[in-house]
Ligand binder design. Sequence first.
Ligand code: GUN
Length: 295
Amino acid sequence: MTAIRIDGKAAAQGIRDRVAALVPAFQERIGRAPGLATVLVGEDPASAVYVRSKNRSTAESGMVSFAHNLPVTTSEDDLLQLVIDLNADSQVDGILVQLPLPSQIDATRVIETIDPGKDVDGFHPVNAGRLASGLPSLVPCTPLGCLYLLKQELGDLTGLDAVIVGRSNIVGKPMAQLLLGEHCTVTIAHSRTRDLPGVVRRADIVVAAVGRAEMVRGDWIKPGATVIDVGINRVPTAEGKARLVGDIAYDEVAGVAGAISPVPGGVGPMTIAMLMRNTLVAAHRRAGLPDPEGL
Ligand code: GUN
């Protein structure tokens, strides 16, 4: 079997187009476009690329981007004060503080200071708790993008066995909550799970988010399973360059799975599309409007 290649780039473009189509009605009604503030502390090249891409996508959607670039020496108090100011700024609907942060700053304190209604990353404990309780919340962008791809591929997910490899607050745990909400039977596995290949082999849906290059092998996969790869790992090539690979051994797994998301071009573009979606949703809720339809 050769698996269907799940085109995250095309799906993401579709979502971004729908967000862009909904912005003018919001602007007409409220008198301003939705606004997203991004905060980048330091000059980590990968983080700088991600944040630039988020700002560009915001502008392309017709929303307003407020980019704050702070030096790597920024104190925790100064960053907390910026977050407090952004919480109070009526033009700002979403606040995204790019992680990781320099070691002098406690990321948990920063996340807990963000107004949960503006927490477009969905990292605030209030949003995590609301998601776990089945209440309306802002949901982390990456798992939301994975769920969108899974529903696009499979339709109704009721009763399917889902195995998530990875237990992070950003991906693994919220992914489990989302799949429970779709009536899947959910297992969260991780690097210390006993017989990890055997556990993964039971799954109709595999979501890999462990951060280990090509860890999930072809013989771990039930024939026909749908496989979503959240990993982004840089590995050196024979020519001394760097190559991006996921947490899935793509070529092996593509020979067994029913469908698989590639790296790059799978989950990555969906994360930014869902950030645009969350910003639009946050703006609607803050303005007392119902959630936009079709997102
Ligand atoms: N760093 C890596 N991924 C993310 C993300 O989704 N949000 C934030 N804020 N930082 C990140």
